[in-house]
Every structure is written in structure tokens, then in C-alpha cells.
Write a protein that binds this ligand. Sequence first.
Ligand code: PLP
Length: 393
Amino acid sequence: MKLAKRVSALTPSSTLAITAKAKELKAAGHDVIGLGAGEPDFNTPEHIIEAAEAAMKEGHTKYTPAGGLATLKEAIIKKFEQDQHIQYAANQVIVCSGAKHALYTLFQVLLDEGDEVIIPTPYWVSYPEQVKLAEGTPVYVEGKEQNHFKITPEQLESSITERTKAVIINSPSNPTGVIYSAGELKALGEVCLKHDVLIVSDEIYEKLVYDGATHTSIAELSPELKEQTIIINGVSKSHSMTGWRIGYAAGNVDIIKAMTNLASHSTSNPTSIAQYGTIAAYEGSQEPVEMMRTAFEERLTIIYKKLVQLPGFSCVKPQGAFYLFPNVSEAVKMTGFSTVDDWVEAILEEEKVALVPGSGFGAPDNVRLSYATSLDLVEKAIERIEQFMNRHM
Ligand code: PLP
């Protein structure tokens, strides 16, 4: 069967692919350490699980409104008031089946063929694919390593054309863990306001910030920037709820309405039970969120020191999320490999450590390591990488 053009160049997500390969090797009896994970290694907090169980028993097992339960939207609106000090009405919020689905739906309603979306590199793997699936054109702007992988207002402005519809800002970032300051966001926001470019602000790692760093949403910086921004967020990373598939978008009424109409013909609604769990996630104790954040911070402090001591590794210190994104171009050369992809494959084969090559994130000199796995395992993985380096140098 000949498939549609729109999927002919579609590749599976590189992060999911490496995780699957590591799982396969593990199932075959190998002692694999997978550092590809994009999800917290903690179980969902108990009170959330209990709320979902209760919802099932109470019969909340039916369709919900396409854009999400009114009570969940209220909880999300309250969260925005508390955390960002911004107000949204219920018709400015849509609950989707994960933040990924919120982004997918957004690009579907936003883009016509050839409309451009500016994507700073390194980027989360799904942004370009989602833009292309909506017949849009990704326009890459290099977040230079020496500028801590952040783009500048000048770079942003010079990449804007007649066809520019939106720019994606992901802070804290996957894969770099870097955070834009309020001042940096304001400067980028001014360029977007000047050229009427929609800001898609992916804030899924909002709660995972370290060393006293703080998260600022570009939407909270002024009423104009709030109008210009669609915030994407969800509970996958903050509350360790990746499998529940609840994320949301907030912003312009017309965009949210179009997204809701599209959802009504695609998913009908996000899973009812998961929505009840999410209400508990936002209305219940936030202690588990802080407990997980503290655990990630401890790991980062220990692992970062060890990682930068590896020969040929250099790494911008992350301030958020749960990834390290070292530049390994020197390490690759020192061990006689010609590409990072080959080097990553050899490490998986010889040392049974799964890293994600940076090529999938638009940064071919880097690799991504997730520390959303126990400290023991990450430390062991670093020892194995060191062994690999020593053997090949
Ligand atoms: N945005 C970024 C930057 C991510 O890293 C992820 C998940 O890996 C998502 C969005 C999607 O999260 P969700 O599980 O809510 O779909």
C-alpha cells in the first residue's frame, strides 16, 4: 500500500527508539543501563492514583467534554493564577491527551502549507515532525553552545519572514536543561510582538528547576505577551504521570476553540479517569513534586561533576529538566570514531549503555543522557563510558 506523502519522511521518535532498543537488549538478558528515558523514575503519587480509582468506582468512566472537564479546567486556571499570576477563562484552556497532543493539535489548527515555525536548536525531537505533519516548514535557529544553547533576539528577528507564524520556546529545555531568564524572554517577546509572531511556550519542565534557578513563563511578563502566547504544559513530568496522557494548552480563545473542535473529531476527549487524577494532582499536596525535584537536583550535582571529568566531554550545566547534553565531538575523535551516532552505537554494543545521539535534536556533536534513573545506575553508566574511552584511546 502506498502511504500518504505526509508520512513518507516521518521517522519514529529517536528517544523512543533508543529506549526500545535498550529494553530489547535487556529482555535478551544483557545488563543494559538505559539513559534515554524521558520520564521520571518515580511512580505517580498515591493520592492521584486513589483519586482515579475513586473516579472509576463513582462511574466517571464516560465521555467528557472534548476540551476537558470543567472542574479540571478550573484546577488548571487556579494553577496559572498561583504559579504565573495570570488569569485565563475556561474557554482559553483545552485539556489534551498529553502536552505532545496539545502541540500536535495546535499546529494542525495553526498552519497552512508553507507556513513557517521557528524552532531553536537543539530542539525536542517532535517539534519539527509535528510542524511538517501540519504541512508547515520548520525554520531552525541555532542556539549556540557558547550562548548556553539560547537564541538571541537578533537571531530571532533575522529569521522572521512573511510566512512566519510562530516560534517555539521550550524553557527549561529538553534536551539541554537550559532556562531562559525573564529578561531574555522579554527581549524575544518584543521581537514577536513587533512582527506578530505567535509564541508557543512549552513549559512542561516548569517544576524541575535546580540550584535556585526559577522558571518564568513569557506569558506572565506583560498582558500583550500573554495575548501573544499559547502556553503548553501538563502533569507528565511534574507529577510523574507520563502514562496518564494529560497535557493542556492555554491562550487565545479562537485558537483554543479550533483545537477543541479538532479534538472533538479526533480523540473525543482525554481519558476521563486520568482527568480526575489530574484534578487531584493539582488540588492535592505538592510535596511529592518537591520530593522528586530534590532527588533530581541531588543526582545532577553528583553526575555533572563526574561527566565533565570524562576525557573529551564538555557540558553546559543544566538548570532544569532531567537531562545532560554534553558535547562529545572531542571524545569521539579521541576514540577514532567518525560520527557521534557510530560512537553511541559502539557504547551500547560494548558497554551496554544507551545514550541518545544529539542528531535527533539538531545538535550532531552532542549526546543526551537522562538522569531520570537511580543515581547508582547513572554513576555505573559513567564508569562504563570511562572504560570505553580508556579502551579506545
Ligand atoms: N514537550 C517536551 C519538551 C517534552 O520533552 C515532552 C516529553 O518528552 C513533551 C512536551 C510531551 O509531554 P507529554 O507526556 O505531556 O505528552
